[in-house]
Design a protein around this ligand. Structure first.
Ligand code: GRF
Length: 205
């Protein structure tokens, strides 16, 4: 939630964003770049549940001056990650291709300030097991000629939190699941950072 500076300053205290990612981290990179030099918010912490050899996010954030913190699935469950987020004084948590389930205590702590991106038009192709290429394969197999992204708040049920924003892209019959993934990434890069910013601003109004 937003913390406001004393009224005589009439300025918003810079918001602190934590990002959780599991893989390549291209969305995390876009978010970092977007908020570089922003007066509104900054990315202060990035965590990843895979080791550096398996996840590009470490290299991407390092190139931008921020070390990604490795985390274990157990640390998510036993509250250690929540402690890390508190230590980082995170106001917002952004899930950018993060594949592990968020424990209910963490969801409650960041109610209304935890944002996820899902690579389909929820409720289509959402829920358990629907992540990454599984989604794009399912879209391909459905024969749908339209798909998109959903940016939403995280609640206690997978992919069911309030929708903040959706954007669509058209598919060709000949598009492979990899082509679909590429079209989705284009939408993600265009909208995710902007929508995080809008959501933070809206919260402060
Ligand atoms: C994104 O398409 C995200 O929507 C999905 O996983 C992908 C992560 O890509 N859930 P990256 O790690 O941000 O490059």
């Amino acid at each position: 939630m937003l913390r406001w500076a004393p009224s005589n300053f009439n300025a918003l205290e810079k918001q602190r964003i934590a990002v959780l990612a599991s893989g390549s981290g291209s969305n995390a990179e876009e978010i970092l770049r977007h908020f570089e030099g922003s007066a509104l918010a900054e990315v202060v912490w990035v965590g990843c549940n895979r080791p550096e050899e398996q996840a590009g996010v470490y290299g991407r954030t390092r190139a931008l001056g921020l070390e990604t913190t490795p985390i274990q699935a157990d640390q998510l469950k036993d509250g250690t990650v929540l402690k890390m987020l508190r230590l980082a004084r995170a106001d917002w948590v952004v899930l950018a291709g993060f594949l592990l389930r968020i424990p209910v205590e963490m969801v409650r702590d960041f109610q209304g300030s935890m944002i996820n991106i899902h690579p389909s038009l929820l409720p289509l192709f959402g829920g358990k097991g629907m992540y990454g290429m599984h989604v794009h394969n399912a879209v391909k197999n459905s024969g749908d000629l339209e798909t998109g992204i959903t940016i939403h708040f995280v609640n206690e049920h997978y992919d069911e939190g309030a929708v903040i924003f959706q954007a669509k892209t058209q598919l060709k019959v000949s598009d492979s699941p990899e082509d679909i993934a590429q079209k989705i990434h284009i939408l993600e890069y265009e909208y995710f950072p902007k929508l995080i910013e809008k959501t933070i601003l809206k919260d402060g109004n």
